[in-house]
Design a protein around this ligand. Structure first.
Ligand code: ACO
Length: 323
């Protein structure tokens, strides 16, 4: 039986940092308000040349180096993004080209902030079917380009960046018997599409549009549904919150993360939090957090890691990975 095992990870952030103090000079807000409501202290903002694919290529290169692999070893590129450079070709195709890969498949997955969980689940299905050997799974976003910079209720929340992991199909045997993506659970409910959306696109305004959100509604839904889909992952694998080594949630807001962990009974010291330095980077937030926790020595081979997210649609999902 095949399993999708993590071979390596990497990330890439734009150079420019925008602090809460910087934002307070742009809109009527304060460091206090932002920190208290969200936990965010700063975020990275892409420059003109730092497109989503450029950030994605940086993260992919770092992940390949960490895995000790070259672009030739990859036959599947899946990029989770809602902010591609162009309507098409896909960001994944642009990243594939940028890495010099011209074999295998490449496509984007669009599930907004849940995109990375969806992408892991999709790549896992390709790899465990035996059709592909090694996947680059990337979350890359430049939400700064779809923000209304005069709307203080949204522009303070988001940032840009990219993260990537390399998944490899391996036989589940010997020391590997227990490793890899153990389960994933994906959900969507379009009845909530108007609570978090972008008000433009080729089929409507023919412009890119900007993000619109009913923050309170999103908050309420997020905690309840995320807890539910995480419980599905525990149930499917016969594990409990005590078995987890690390909980790596989508980094939207520290209050959502804390409330979810508390409801599930996950100890605060097991929760990986990067939202204070990255803000909400949508589909990039989980691989950015995973990379931070791997590189600082927290996540180690054999650790049990739960990832989860919720985003526009609404979409939401979870995946349990033995690192
Ligand atoms: N600075 C200062 N004041 C502000 C700001 C700001 N940036 N934004 C809003 N306010 C004001 C409001 O105008 C309001 O003022 P009023 O009482 O005079 O009308 C007051 O602050 C309270 O606003 P609320 O919207 O009630 O604040 P709330 O406590 O709900 O916090 C927040 C807002 C942070 C957006 C919260 O609702 C939230 O975290 N929601 C989840 C949304 C989220 O994380 N979305 C990310 C995308 S989805 C995802 O990734 C899960």
């Amino acid at each position: 039986r095949l399993r999708s095992v993590v071979r390596g990870c990497g990330s890439h952030l734009p150079d420019r940092v925008l602090t809460n103090a910087d934002l307070a000079r742009m809109v009527d807000t304060s460091d206090d308000w932002i920190v208290q409501r969200t936990g965010i202290q700063q975020r990275h903002i892409a420059g003109d040349h730092e497109t989503t694919s450029v950030l994605g290529i940086g993260a992919a290169r770092a992940a390949l180096a960490h895995a000790g692999l070259t672009p030739d070893d990859i036959d599947l590129v899946v990029c989770a993004t809602s902010t591609p450079d162009l309507t098409f070709p896909s960001c994944a195709s642009q990243i594939q080209f940028g890495l010099g890969i011209n074999q295998g498949a490449a496509f984007d997955v669009q599930a907004v902030c849940t995109g990375f969980v969806y992408a892991v689940s999709v790549a896992d299905k390709f790899l465990t079917s035996g059709s592909h050997k090694r996947a680059l799974v990337i979350g890359a976003e430049t939400f700064s380009r779809i923000l209304d910079w005069e709307d203080r209720t949204t522009c303070v929340l988001f940032g840009d960046g990219a993260g990537a992991i390399v998944l490899e199909a391996q036989e589940a045997e010997g020391g590997n018997a227990d490793r890899g993506v153990l389960t994933s659970h994906l959900r969507s409910d379009g009845r909530h599409r108007e609570k978090l959306y972008v008000d433009g696109g080729p089929g409507s305004t023919r412009t890119t549009g900007v993000l619109r959100m009913e923050g309170k509604e999103v908050f309420r839904f997020a905690v309840a549904q995320v807890v539910d889909v995480i419980r599905d992952a525990f149930k499917a694998t016969g594990t409990t919150p005590d078995d987890l080594d690390w909980f790596v949630p989508h980094q939207a807001n520290k209050r959502i993360i804390d409330a979810s962990a508390e409801k599930l009974g996950i100890a605060p010291e097991k929760v990986v939090i990067t939202v204070e330095r990255h803000g909400n980077t949508s589909a990039a937030s989980i691989p950015l957090a995973l990379d931070a926790a791997v590189k600082d020595g927290r996540i180690k081979t054999g650790d049990l890691v739960m990832i989860e997210a919720i985003g526009g649609g609404f979409t939401w999902g979870s995946a349990l990975i033995r690192w």
